[in-house]
Design a protein around this ligand. Structure first.
Ligand code: CP
Ligand code: NVA
Length: 323
């Protein structure tokens, strides 16, 4: 693979996405084979928002591959405030072999990738969550056996998770439906890209305000929180707006009898999903969470395996050359 960074699913070809998913499955099946494949390498993790799964999966994942991680909390870096993204990138590339960033503006991760000489991984922005989507499709592949002919219905907010689900589905030729309240649809540019790409891969991306239409005959019903990190001030209004988009037993009954329920987590039981659905045998949410680990090990391995520990160092120290 010729790509330095994992910033957006859109940057990859379908075969590159498939390759990473396959590698994730191989790593899951044979974790011992991959011990020390990133021996001694360090991933720095910059978090400007809270996390459970992303932090733990990257942290454990890099260690299982023989490397180290360094966690930088929201109070430590202040990207673009205490120090410019450029300067942070230029400092870190001298010390680490990979940078994972969870932040607000997507452009911050794009800038970091542009400036840093080492791989940059998007650990969630307001616009997208590509590592989540890789774990999601890995889970669908495991449970459904194929991805091309799946009907995937996302019901809820047209947010970062919805965008990455659409992008990956379009790359893999899936049929993705997104049902949101009016005014909460995915961003127009995300819809345009997903529909354009899907038309080339044999998939489709349909946007509707009718949750039942999306759920009808679906293989997968997916939802996410109604209020994403950074939108807390809107939580009360959003609870009202999204009420009729709850994934409950009645909505889930519109899907195929063997449909699975998915959620990126954290979940708010009683809001976007009921206990009956998320805690039912149809729910694969914890398998999905586990697959963050395997999918991200594949991403780190592919991106960081060829990064030299002395990336920015001259080939030989001058005093040694003439010794
Ligand atoms: N799904 C997910 O990204 O979870 P965290 O916010 O806990 O990392
Ligand atoms: N849409 C959610 C996803 C959390 C993993 C958020 O951005 O808060």
């Amino acid at each position: 693979m010729n790509i330095k960074d994992f910033v957006s699913i859109r940057d990859f070809s379908a075969s590159e996405i498939e390759y990473l998913l396959l590698l994730g499955r191989q790593i899951k099946a044979h974790p011992g084979t991959y011990i020390d494949t990133l021996k001694g390498k360090t991933l720095v993790m910059i978090f400007e928002k809270p996390s459970l799964r992303t932090r733990v999966s990257f942290d454990v994942g890099i260690q299982q591959l023989g490397g180290f991680s360094l966690y930088l909390s929201p109070s430590e870096i202040s990207l673009g405030k205490r120090e410019s993204v450029y300067d942070v990138a230029k400092n870190l590339e001298r010390m680490v072999q990979g940078i994972m960033v969870r932040t607000f503006a997507h452009e911050v991760v794009e800038d970091m990738a542009h400036f840093a000489g080492v791989p940059v991984i998007n650990g969630l922005t307001d616009y997208s969550h590509p590592c989540q989507a890789m774990a999601d499709y890995l889970t669908m592949w495991e449970t459904k056996g194929n991805l091309e002919r799946l009907k995937i219905a996302y019901v809820g907010d047209g947010n970062n998770v919805a965008h990455s689900l659409m992008f990956t589905g379009a790359q893999l030729g899936a049929e993705v439906w997104v049902a949101t309240p009016p005014g909460y649809e995915p961003r127009a540019d995300a819809i345009a890209w997903a529909q354009g790409r899907a038309s080339e891969t044999g998939g489709s991306c349909r946007i509707t305000n009718d949750a039942k239409e999306a759920a009808a005959g679906a293989d997968v019903i997916y939802t996410d929180v109604w209020t994403s990190m950074g939108q807390e001030a809107e939580a009360g209004r959003r609870r009202d707006v999204f009420r009729s988009y709850q994934v409950n037993s009645a909505l889930f009954a519109c899907a195929k009898p063997d449909a699975i329920f998915m959620h990126c987590l954290p979940a708010h039981r009683g809001e976007e999903v009921t206990y009956e659905v998320i805690d039912s045998p149809h729910s694969v949410v914890f398998q999905q969470a586990e697959n963050r680990l395997h999918a991200e090990k594949a991403i780190m391995l592919e991106l960081m395996k060829d990064v030299s520990m002395g990336l920015m160092r001259p080939a030989a120290m001058p005093e040694l050359v003439h010794a």
